[in-house]
Design a protein around this ligand. Structure first.
Ligand code: SF4
Length: 499
């Protein structure tokens, strides 16, 4: 992709944040075709979290703009700070919040410090450099040094506050970053796709970057190849997915050992994964059935949790019960969805009782889930609420992680083994287009905020339930695929299969 028309390059705090996440993202933000951007719920979630954190910090409405600063209001938003960068570039910041503190500014015996809302558990480079940029620009207009900024985070436990000191070392990092950002924005073509492709999951440019990585057979497309392994493979002269697919696994095992013994064991797996992605043909990894437990049961429960990670709150536990008919066929048509909403006001003890009684209503039925979260979450809840060891052991034995069974039994022609990718490959489609965990979380927060408005409440809740039910159905679809492969009892070591 090439930039068609040069734009005025003001180095903004927004571009800096994008650049810290991924060099290419900043370039695309400036020159990319906006219509190629996919909406993600993350920005809205971030703004919602910011709003809640600042209300807790300030307890009163902030003023807006320069006039509010001059008047000395307790909090100020809606301000655009401007200045010059290290090489004379125009720089600009739109602070999330400036908070009044004791000091001596040009306006009187008060000054301001920058505040940001921190999402996630830790202060990141993005937080630090954002505060440093705002602090740098603020100093020049208030005539008073900004010694530190504040990062705040609202959670169920209250408001966490942490000072971030704006020392010389951080200022130097800011200067270097602005120079590099400026250089990247002068490039005619977009910088390369990030080697850490996990970042792409949340990025609004993911559609075009994923398509480009696929078209180029980029090594990062191979499931199991992260930034470090990609670099190692390139150092060994393996440039793309096709080359990895045709590499001799024994040679790779020997060669890769010089980068650390731990890589040796994965060499064969990487070659196989690349080969499967190249051919599009799934390969069985071992003899035997993937889900032998399901041959003799009278039904299964599918289980999926929706969580708010900032509040560490598993707010919805969804179950889908599916009976097995007397002819051995699964009665999906009459499957029943059971959402259990876990509200903090109910207390965890009561929630545990409700969940436990739901599970006990279907004794001996395996509980199928995708990934380890569900089993861990309910097991720990049981421990915290006085469940007996024997009871927990029985419960633990009922859980079957479908993701784990897929990974142990099959190599799939997919660049990810996440539920969305695998279930889509088996032919499943989520009812609500564009729905994902982040959007479900956004609906949840909107539902909580809109208490009292019953129509909005019921709509949001219905959407969350539908999404959660679909996650259960998607898990079932993957399970069915595994069961179908199991029924071919004479599975050879390697066979061509899809769906
Ligand atoms: S999708 Fe990935 S590579 Fe593309 S801009 Fe976003 S983070 Fe960078």
């Amino acid at each position: 992709m090439e930039q068609t028309s040069p734009k005025s390059k003001i180095l903004t705090d927004r571009l800096l944040r994008s650049w810290i996440r991924c060099r290419r993202k900043a370039w695309l933000d400036l020159y990319g075709n906006k219509e190629s951007r996919a909406w993600t719920a993350h920005r809205t979630l971030q703004l919602d979290h910011q709003h809640r954190s600042f209300i807790d910090l300030m307890h009163q409405k902030p003023g807006r703009g320069l006039e509010a600063l001059i008047r000395g209001e307790h909090g100020v938003v809606g301000l655009r700070l401007k200045g010059q960068g290290p090489q004379g570039q125009l720089i600009e910041a739109h602070p999330q919040l400036l908070q009044k503190i004791n000091g001596q500014s040009i306006w009187g015996n008060f000054a301001y410090r920058p505040v940001i809302a921190r999402q996630g558990r830790r202060i990141t480079r993005e937080h630090r450099l954002s505060l440093a940029l705002t602090g740098f620009l603020l100093e020049s207009i208030q005539g008073e040094k900004v010694a530190y900024g504040l990062a705040v985070c609202k959670s169920n436990k209250g408001l966490e506050k942490e000072k971030v000191f704006l020392k010389e070392g951080l200022h130097q990092q800011l200067i270097e970053s602005l120079i590099k950002l400026d250089l990247d924005l002068k490039l005619k073509e977009a910088p390369p796709i990030t080697t850490d492709r996990k970042k792409c999951t949340l990025c609004s440019w993911r559609s075009i970057c994923n398509a480009e990585a696929k078209a180029n057979n980029d090594l990062s497309e191979v499931s199991g190849v992260g930034a470090r392994r990609r670099q190692i493979l390139q150092d060994l002269g393996i440039k793309d997915l096709n080359e990895l697919a045709t590499t001799n696994p024994s040679n790779l095992r020997e060669d890769i050992a010089r980068f650390g013994e731990q890589h040796k064991d994965i060499a064969k797996q990487l070659v196989q994964q690349a080969r499967v992605q190249k051919t599009g043909i799934a390969e069985k990894l071992c003899q035997g059935l993937a889900l032998p437990e399901l041959s003799s049961v009278s039904g299964v429960l599918l289980y999926d949790i929706e969580s708010d990670p900032d509040d560490r709150d598993d707010f919805l536990h969804g179950f889908l019960s599916i009976h097995k008919k007397s002819n051995g066929k699964w009665d999906l048509k009459n499957a029943k969805y059971h959402p259990v909403l876990v509200l903090l006001k109910h207390g965890e003890s009561l929630s545990w009782k409700r969940l436990n009684s739901k599970l006990n209503y279907y004794p001996n039925w395996p509980v199928l889930h995708y990934g380890e979260t569900e089993a861990l979450s309910i097991y720990r809840m049981g421990e915290r609420n006085g469940a007996e060891t024997k009871e927990l052991r029985v419960l633990k034995n009922r859980f079957i992680d479908i993701h784990d069974r897929i990974r142990k039994n099959w190599c799939l022609p997919l660049n990810s083994y996440g539920l969305k990718t695998v279930a889509n490959w088996t032919g499943f489609h989520w009812t609500q287009s564009g729905a994902d965990g982040a959007r479900a979380l956004l609906w949840w927060r909107q539902w909580k905020a809109a208490k009292g408005s019953s129509s909005l409440n019921s709509t949001k809740l219905k959407k969350i339930f539908e999404y959660n039910k679909d996650d259960c159905l998607a898990t079932w679809k993957v399970t069915e695929w595994l069961l179908r492969q199991d029924t071919h009892a004479t599975i050879p070591e390697k066979r061509s299969t899809h769906q």
